[in-house]
Design a protein. Structure first.
Length: 396
């Protein structure tokens, strides 16, 4: 395979990354000019050829020369190019190929009226928008990404992600622009779980992170792999919502004060509860329950001390290692939503608590303990009556 043959597919891949609306037509062609021309409509051919001429002139010349053989079909893209907007080297390529079309009688002479496109097609009607929902009680959320389709209409991707469980669900729909715009508008103010607008790059960063954390023991949802490059491609400089909040709201308040506030939000039900998987939760419940049993004679205060020690130990485990990092990520995501909802003090408190979880600071245990108590609330409400000591002297 020649260098030029290798260069065109690589250049088209770069074009697909830059021209997202045409990527679905570019990639399946695998660098074949004829297949690419069939997959693209006339405006799409113009966009791709213009981009290549401006950025990859060698590959553009190969593609244009191939298309020029079909003067009445794909070669028409050469006649609608705006030469003035192209680099000098690209203009030479276009003029030479157009001259060849004219000598074969496939194009009108220069002084004849020729329909030309002065600029690339307007993108005012294009859609490239994204929305995210808040984290649900288990820690999952919906990421919705709407992008214009090269052949018309819009594709809507809905991905359910969770930083603990990875990518939980994936669906893709095709619809008219007006329907998608209506859905995006209604989802921002509908009843129940409303959504927040984010940039497409931010949405893709969220999906990419969830995909990277997806358990190896479970397959990704059907269809996700096929569209992964469109919905989980991490762009340079892209940040998740939590990372944006961390950058915008630094510095955070004092960690102990922040920890107390986050603990209040957890106990109020405003955050979380994000329980662990059932097996872990069951083991934790058994340990706390056993801390109050097995002693023949014990005061109510002593039972409370034993239970507190068990809860403290569970809070330390939650705030450490991978579970602590997961909790920090989720608190940062909550901070973004609180920030966008006009609750900046609470957003800062969540960021401070997340920062404490990544440091050996005892303040990290305040929100961690609140989470544990919320998970075990049914057990903690069942306070057993203290045992009464039997008298050592038996009366006759």
């Amino acid at each position: 395979m020649s260098g030029a043959q290798r260069g065109l597919p690589e250049a088209l891949e770069r074009a697909a990354q830059a021209l997202r609306r045409d990527a679905d037509a570019i990639r399946p062609a695998n660098g074949d000019p004829s297949r690419l021309a069939e997959a693209l409509d006339a405006p799409g051919r113009l966009r791709v050829l213009s981009w290549l001429l401006a950025n990859e002139p060698a590959a553009a010349e190969e593609l244009a020369a191939s298309w020029a053989r079909d003067a009445e079909g794909s070669g028409a893209a050469l006649l609608t190019l705006d030469e003035a907007s192209l680099p000098k080297s690209a203009r030479k390529i276009v003029r030479r190929l157009v001259h060849g079309l004219r000598t074969r009688g496939a194009a009108p002479p220069p002084d004849a009226p020729v329909a030309r496109v002065a600029t690339l097609p307007s993108l005012s009607d294009a859609i490239d928008e994204a929305r995210i929902t808040a984290l649900d009680a288990r820690g999952g959320r919906v990421v919705a990404l709407a992008t214009s389709h090269p052949g018309g209409g819009v594709r809507l991707f809905q991905i359910v992600v969770d930083d603990a469980r990875g990518v939980l669900d994936f669906e893709v729909f095709s619809a008219a622009r007006r329907d998608i715009r209506r859905w995006l508008r209604d989802s921002a103010r509908g009843a129940g779980q409303t959504s927040v607008a984010v940039s497409p790059a931010t949405a893709r960063a969220l999906v990419a992170r969830a995909a990277a954390r997806h358990p190896a023991s479970r397959a990704l949802p059907r269809g996700f792999a096929e569209w992964r490059s469109r919905i989980a491609e991490l762009e340079a400089g892209a940040q998740t919502p939590g990372e944006q909040a961390r950058a915008a709201l630094a510095p955070e308040p004092e960690s102990t004060v922040a920890g107390r506030r986050v603990a209040e939000l957890v106990r109020e039900g405003a955050i979380g509860p994000w329980p662990p998987e059932p097996r872990v939760l069951q083991e934790l419940a058994m340990r706390v329950a056993q801390s109050r049993e097995g002693v023949l004679v014990v005061s109510q205060a002593a039972r409370g001390d034993q239970q507190d020690r068990a809860l403290d130990e569970a809070a330390k485990e939650l705030a450490s290692g991978e579970s602590g990092e997961l909790l920090a990520l989720r608190l940062e995501e909550v901070a973004f939503l609180l920030w966008k909802g006009g609750r900046e003090p609470d957003a800062r408190a969540c960021l401070a608590a997340a920062k404490a979880l990544r440091e050996p600071d005892d303040s990290r245990l305040l929100p961690a303990r609140a989470f544990v108590e919320t998970w075990l609330a049914p057990i903690l409400r069942e306070q057993p009556a203290p045992e009464v000591a039997r008298p050592l002297v038996v009366r006759p």
